[in-house]
Design a protein around this ligand. Structure first.
Ligand code: ATP
Length: 202
């Protein structure tokens, strides 16, 4: 899969709708300090499910919404959409056959955020699984943010493993395995309960 386009509206310093085409090859973002370069990366991470306040350089969830300036009123909604291409065969059902996927996250002040995949409302957890599957594809994507390189160097071995697993795109698969294990256990419980009932009837 490959990032093809990023659309940002009302997110951090992007008060107006902004569309960024990401062409094949190397993409650089240049601009003076404070012009919003990091906000572009934050938008990408946010749309992909990042929500920890610390890593978003902000406090509350709603802080990602354009807060207004001296000359412009604040917005009440922020939305970020990522278009991914070359996704056919990488995504789980029902998106398996889609050659292009659009993942959108939208937040409204005071009412939390929702996700959509190709305009269909999707649970955060399913977006995470989808991204894990896409990342596990042939050419996976990894995000190394400011400060992460030094974190890697000074991390404890178990922390370092977590960072590397995240970069390798397999941390999502761990979450998925955990979910599958919980389901398995619940099913085993049901089976033994059914067994008990059967022996009682015999
Ligand atoms: P640097 O080179 O210092 O990292 P940068 O180009 O990466 O700068 P960012 O950190 O992406 O800049 O952008 C910071 C700007 O975004 C600041 O001017 C800040 O006021 C603005 N900003 C962040 N959150 C919001 C928000 N919710 N509403 C409005 N503006 C915001």
């Amino acid at each position: 899969a490959r990032f093809a386009r990023l659309r940002i509206t009302g997110f951090k310093s992007f008060a107006d709708a902004t569309s960024i085409e990401i062409l094949p090859g190397l993409t650089g973002i240049v601009g003076p300090n404070g012009c919003g370069k990091s906000n572009i990366v934050d938008a990408l991470r946010w749309a992909m499910g990042e929500s920890s306040a610390k890593s978003m350089r902000g406090g509350e969830m709603d802080d990602v919404i354009f807060a207004g300036t001296l000359s412009r009123p604040a917005r009440s909604i922020a939305e970020v959409s990522i278009s991914l291409t070359e996704t056919a065969g990488l995504a789980p059902a029902p998106f398996q056959a889609e050659a292009e996927l659009e993942i959108s996250r939208r937040i409204e002040r005071g009412s939390g955020s929702t996700y959509r995949v190709n305009r269909r409302e999707t649970r955060a957890r399913d977006v995470a699984t989808l991204l894990a599957d896409l990342a596990a594809g042939a050419r996976n994507s990894a995000m190394i943010s400011q400060g992460r390189v030094s974190a890697l160097v000074s991390a404890r071995p178990d922390e370092r493993r977590m960072i590397l697993e995240e970069a390798a795109g397999i941390s999502g698969l761990h979450a998925r395995r955990h979910e599958a294990e919980l389901k398995l256990r619940a099913t085993e419980d049901n089976l033994s309960r059914a067994d008990d009932l059967r022996t009682q009837q015999e």
